[in-house]
Ligand binder design. Structure first.
Ligand code: CS2
Length: 485
């Protein structure tokens, strides 16, 4: 095993210049690593992070505090090549969830003039935008709460609105909001959530935000599976006993739209790609990488496959991904001239085959209702407009519908972790084995399926055919039929 270890310095004087909301594994293994590199190069500087959880995972906040916010990131290129990095970029960890004591501390941080950037990883559902249309869901209970009690917000958009209101009242320039979640045009979407929510409270505030706050988009990429006991044990064997450690792949990428009116770290020296337009990269990554992940997640889970590695070790899944990426996804992308999508597809297959990661398919399967539109459905619409084939996507959608029934094709139960899980369970209960009406009822869920797609008979027929195939023949035979076709 080749092992490189980098120790963090102290950066004791580095003030907090960035507030992050969503202190999970991804943030620790991605944005914090870039910020760490920047602090290390400057031996300090202005851009330490205050990182907060606002919904869950208080335990992690406490764990980090006990350790002065220092932790390790174990980056595996494969089972033989590991870089172990100590990270000290997080200067402060806060918990502002329900009953969280740090609620006011977080708002105070967000209102601090030294804070000039707020980064977000709150997952797709944390923006409370309708997945299909991208409009703010004002009736969602958490948003309704933030409208009724704007000074004690619970959601990320609510916190941003309250903090921006405080800054405006105090004559402090607004921070730049940098979304790091897997959504297309994620800056524009975040802006929409914040401006629409502000409009419910005070139209003048909404106007001020729309005119003066920058919401650059960004594409983030690094595979960071949830930690398992085996991951911790492997690190202990290497002498790292760190309950806040994160294991991930060696690959890391961050493409950021360069729009930071209040300044930013000189991240370009850390390998961050600062560009004028992120959209083509974001769409490419969402449809190729995340779209493939979701295909594996639902089809694999229905067949009892546990991890991404296990799935791509099977020839039929590998063939499915090749076909999906090369024929269905790549055909919907318009990329800068020097982008080779076949090479990109091959590099993704190689990353999925990393034998050191145990990336559970059920983890990726979470929140399908929030993920499907940008991963599959927008591409499917384009394919149909061009009279193109959508067989892989249709099989994926059928597998997702079947997955939401809460059991695999061998009858083993699983939890369905999705904000719309109850709605989906009710649809399965109502329509039972009546396949055609079940598929019709799912496609009628217009928060997920754009009308234009659901009403296209080619789409609904393809999904119905794929669903029938999965039910009658199972995953292996359905894949064989597809791969032969
Ligand atoms: C995954 C992503 O869980 C998921 O939905 O597809 O977390 C994926 O691993 C990252 O986007 C990779 O950058």
């Amino acid at each position: 095993m080749t092992q490189v270890t980098t120790q963090a310095s102290d950066y004791a004087d580095a003030p907090v210049g960035i507030v992050h909301i969503g202190l999970g594994a991804f943030h620790r293994a991605h944005q914090a690593v870039f910020v760490e590199r920047n602090l290390a190069r400057h031996d300090g500087g202005e851009w330490g992070i205050s990182s907060a959880n606002i919904r869950s995972n208080q335990r992690l906040v406490e764990l980090l505090r006990d350790r002065g916010q220092r932790y390790h990131v174990a980056e595996y290129a494969d089972s033989q090549t590991l870089t172990l990095r100590e990270i000290a970029a997080i200067r402060e960890a806060l918990y502002a969830g329900e009953n969280g004591e740090d609620h006011e501390a977080l708002l105070a941080r967000l209102s601090d003039p030294a804070v000039r950037i707020v980064t977000l990883t709150v997952t797709e559902k944390g923006y409370y935008l309708s997945p299909a249309e991208g409009t703010l869901m004002v009736d969602a209970p958490a948003i309704a709460h933030d409208i009724a009690q704007p000074h004690a917000p619970r959601t990320a958009p609510g916190l941003l609105v309250e903090a921006l209101a405080r800054r405006r009242a105090a004559g402090i320039a607004p921070f730049t909001v940098l979304c790091c979640d897997n959504m297309p045009d994620n800056g524009k979407r975040t802006r929409r959530a914040v401006v629409e929510l502000a409009g419910e409270r005070d139209p003048a505030l909404a106007e001020w935000i729309a005119a003066s706050v920058a919401f650059p988009s960004s594409m983030v990429d690094r595979i960071v599976p949830a930690m398992t006991e085996a991951d911790f044990a492997r690190l202990r064997e290497l002498g790292v006993d760190d309950p806040a450690a994160v294991t991930c792949e060696a690959f890391i990428q961050w493409v950021v739209e360069d729009d930071f009116p209040q300044g930013r770290p000189d991240w370009e020296h850390e390998g961050v790609e600062m560009v004028a337009d992120v959209a083509p990269f974001e769409t490419m990554k969402l449809r190729m990488l995340n779209g493939s992940h979701s295909l594996l997640a639902y089809l694999g889970a229905l067949d009892g496959v546990e991890t991404v590695f296990d799935a791509v070790s099977r020839a039929d899944f590998k063939a499915l991904l090749k076909r999906y990426m090369r024929q269905e996804a790549a055909a919907t992308l318009t990329m800068p001239e020097d982008t080779d999508l076949t090479t990109y597809a091959d590099s993704l297959l190689a990353r999925f085959a990393n034998d050191s990661l145990r990336h559970r398919l059920h983890q990726i399967a979470m929140d399908g209702s929030q993920k499907l539109p940008q991963r599959w459905l927008q591409g499917a619409r384009m394919r149909l407009d061009d009279a193109g084939d959508i067989s892989c996507t249709a099989l994926g959608v059928a597998a997702w519908i079947r997955y939401t029934a809460g059991s695999d094709l061998h009858g083993r139960p699983h939890a369905v972790d999705d904000p719309l899980a109850d709605t989906f369970a009710a649809l399965h209960a109502r329509h039972g084995d009546a396949e055609e009406s079940l598929i019709g009822a799912f496609l009628a869920e217009d928060t997920v399926f754009p009308r234009g797609l659901a009403d296209d008979a080619r789409f609904s027929q393809a999904v119905l055919g794929a669903y029938r195939s999965l039910q009658a023949r199972g995953v292996t035979a359905s894949l064989a039929a597809l791969n032969e076709g």
